[in-house]
Design a protein around this ligand. Structure first.
Ligand code: HEC
Ligand code: HEC
Length: 290
């Protein structure tokens, strides 16, 4: 009986402490963040306008391929990465997969005004300009046509690694993705991207461990909501593309996760069997004593 009373006292104080501390830790120290918004309602997007891919092809060729390669359509880069990093501050991404990676409204808004769509306008105030010009002087129909063209040439399927490469690798390394060959180093040389961003974007190899999966989703979807004033631009990925990017970070940074999780149930089964044997053994010992 005495043991039961002691147990009750311990349980009571544990619950009181938990009740006092736990909600505080959650709500005060980690206030809930708004969930990612994959519809990008806040941007100056297409407003439901449908584009014509054929008209868009001509517009993209005359406006975009001076800076951007579109390798799938045989528009190669005009400079190597070092030269274009030095010219623009960051290597402009290849546009072959943009129509699949980016939400269409975000893409339209980015073409009209990159700094505004990416929420980095605060960095381009004192005379500095975004390396990609605004195209808000074009007709809304022309913007919609270019988006339709980029969607029409985008691959139907991409690997997780390709999604990461096209969306993040111009700024971020993920060196553990390819330890031996070094092909997953950031495309832009360190000194250029540092000068452009004001900060060297971190290597993302281990971020799946140091940040939660949900944090990564929320952060990429809208960095300013999480780190006000951060140098990281918003990257307007669709939910599917963002899932691929985060899955790739998981594959690289935490490749044993599936194995570890599979071990859990096996270990519990082992414990149960062990407990049965322990109990049988104890019972047999006590039988000998009585
Ligand atoms: C003068 C060079 C230049 C021209 C012309 C240009 N861009 Fe860019 N673009 C860039 C650079 C540099 C970046 C990378 C900016 C960054 O990451 O901050 C970029 C980024 C992008 C992105 C990535 C968006 C994101 O959120 O990651 C897309 C999509 C894009 N450009 C589309 C276009 C299209 C479509 C055109 C033609 C209408 C175009 N660009 C014209 C230089 C250019
Ligand atoms: C145009 C360059 C650029 C692109 C493209 C970019 N990032 Fe970043 N990112 C940065 C910079 C700069 C920082 C450092 C921000 C800071 O510390 O204020 C950063 C920081 C981060 C961080 C660290 C956040 C933290 O909590 O410290 C993560 C995670 C991240 N980026 C993920 C991504 C992913 C995933 C992609 C691709 C979908 C991506 N980034 C694309 C420039 C970029």
């Amino acid at each position: 009986m005495k043991e039961l009373k002691v147990l009750a006292v311990v349980v009571f104080f544990t619950l009181v402490t938990y009740w006092g501390v736990e909600p505080y830790a959650h709500h005060e120290m980690h206030p809930p963040k708004p969930a990612p918004d994959y519809s990008f309602k806040d941007v100056d997007g297409l407003k439901g306008m449908k584009g014509n891919a054929e008209a868009g092809a001509a517009l993209v060729q005359s406006n975009c391929i001076a800076c951007h390669s579109i390798t799938s359509q045989s528009f190669p880069p005009l400079m190597d990465d070092a030269t274009s990093g030095a010219s623009y501050g960051v290597v402009p991404p290849d546009l072959s997969s943009s129509g699949k990676l980016y939400n269409a409204d975000y893409l339209a808004a980015f073409i009209k005004n990159p700094a505004k769509a990416a929420k980095t306008a605060h960095k381009f105030e004192d005379g500095a300009t975004h390396p990609m010009p605004n195209y808000d002087w074009m007709q809304p129909q022309e913007i919609a046509d270019m988006v339709a063209y980029l969607q029409s040439i985008a691959p139907k399927e991409m690997t997780n690694k390709e999604a990461f490469t096209d969306a993040c690798l111009r700024c971020h390394s993920i060196k553990y993705g390819d330890m031996k060959k070094g092909t997953m180093s950031a495309k832009t040389p360190d000194e250029n991207i540092k000068a452009y961003m004001g900060k060297l974007p971190p290597d993302l190899s281990q971020y799946i461990r140091s940040r939660s999966e949900s944090y990564l989703h929320e952060f990429v979807n809208d960095p300013q909501k999480h780190l006000e004033g951060t140098a990281m631009p918003r990257v307007g990925l669709t939910k599917a593309a963002e899932d691929q990017v985060v899955t790739y970070m998981q594959e690289v940074g935490d490749s044993k996760k599936a194995e570890r999780e599979a071990l859990g149930p096996k270990f519990l089964i082992y414990l149960v069997i062990f407990a049965i044997f322990a109990w049988l053994w104890k019972a047999s010992k006590w039988r000998e004593l009585h």
